[in-house]
Design a protein around this ligand. Structure first.
Ligand code: KG4
Ligand code: ZN
Length: 338
């Protein structure tokens, strides 16, 4: 059978990325232009600034992805682009560029759900991985437990009712004076701290797989404000370790419960928070204890990238699920309606 080359384009938040993936499993190139250095000046992602930077970066990033893969646009079988969820203005840049490229070169166009991309990133790291499995997606915008029954059947078992895990990390880090994105910094400090502050574990109730992180975030912020008001020095290492343990315990506990309830023995993770060392190690231990096959993708495939979008594109290509010029960015795109 002929090899299928998909060009992936991702601009849903603050990374401009393009990638060429062969047959849904082999990365030929994966270019990521990060805007972190710009957004950290503001303490977080500024949507309008993100959109402008995507406009500046997109053409060069796509060109480099084709060059790195040693292919030309005429070798591409389909262009897969993230069309939601994410920042509306940022998504529009990628979608418009993909539509123009597809129209001008007469190449199939495919619209991809961003969270589906985080799940499919796992196929790029392990060619033997096949559904069914459970996926835990934890990022700056999402915290989802999703049952994947086959390449096109997804069921959301639980999700956050307020803040995403990464959002809570970034907010706590900001109050401790750490630069955006705070997740990796808290992860580092946590290694040298102790969980002696015993922040609350928010389980909501035993019969839900939903998450909630805003109460934990408030408890940490109250502790920090109290220390500041009373001029008490706090240990950044201990606050980091205590916050991280509270997040990880709930993430891993609900994941374990979802595996058991759904009789699944394979787990994949994804999203920026899946880079977290504390989470990776606790998930691995839980997997070993329960005879669950755990897939931890490499860190470059956990954070936003276009290779994961191209990986989804391949399976949509096999289903001839093509879109045309009517494809539009959808900031609140629903996973079950893709
Ligand atoms: O998936 P991603 O690149 O973008 C979104 O789709 O949101 O995730 C970015 C998020 C940020 O909140 C960042 O702080 C968090 O992932 N993150 C981490 C770590 N690395 C990135 N959080 C905790 N520990 C880490 N090591
Ligand atoms: Zn993401």
């Amino acid at each position: 059978m002929k090899d299928i080359y998909i060009l992936g384009i991702e601009t849903s938040c603050d990374d401009t990325s393009a990638s060429v993936v062969k047959n849904g499993r082999t990365i030929c190139s994966n270019v990521v232009a990060s805007q972190i250095d710009i957004h950290k000046l503001y303490g977080g992602v500024v949507p309008e600034v993100a959109s402008r930077n995507h406009v500046e970066n997109i053409a060069g990033v796509v060109e480099t992805a084709l060059e790195d893969a040693n292919v030309s646009i005429s070798d591409i079988d389909a262009i897969a682009v993230t069309y939601g969820p994410g920042l509306e203005g940022a998504l529009i840049v990628g979608v418009s560029y993909a539509k123009a490229l597809s129209y001008a070169n007469n190449i199939h166009l495919i619209g991809v759900h961003h969270i589906k991309g985080h799940i499919f990133a796992n196929f790029l790291d392990d060619e033997n991985l096949k559904p069914p499995f459970l996926s835990l997606i934890v990022s700056g915008g999402h915290t989802h437990l999703i049952k994947v029954s086959d390449y096109n059947t997804f069921e959301i078992l639980g999700k956050t009712r307020d803040d995403a895990a990464g959002e809570a990390y970034d907010k706590v880090a900001r109050v401790m004076g750490l630069e955006y994105p705070g997740g990796p910094k808290i992860d580092k400090y946590a290694k040298n701290g102790n969980d002696n502050l015993k922040f609350p574990r928010i389980w909501i109730s035993n019969d839900t797989l939903d998450f909630s992180f805003s109460g934990l975030k408030s408890a940490v912020l109250n502790y920090l404000n109290n220390c500041k008001m009373k001029n008490i020095e706090y240990s950044i290492e201990d606050v980091s370790a205590s916050f991280q343990d509270a997040v990880v315990e709930v993430l891993v506990g609900k994941t374990e419960r979802a595996l058991k309830q759904n009789n699944l023995d394979t787990l994949v993770i994804g999203g920026g928070v899946a880079c977290n060392e504390g989470l990776r190690s606790a998930i691995s231990t839980m997997g070993k204890n329960n005879n669950v096959n755990v897939h931890l993708p490499s860190k470059i495939l956990c954070t936003d990238n276009a290779a994961m979008i191209a990986a989804v594109g391949y399976y949509e290509y096999l289903e001839s699920n093509f879109k045309y010029l009517e494809l539009n960015a959808k900031s609140n795109l629903n996973l079950n309606k893709v």
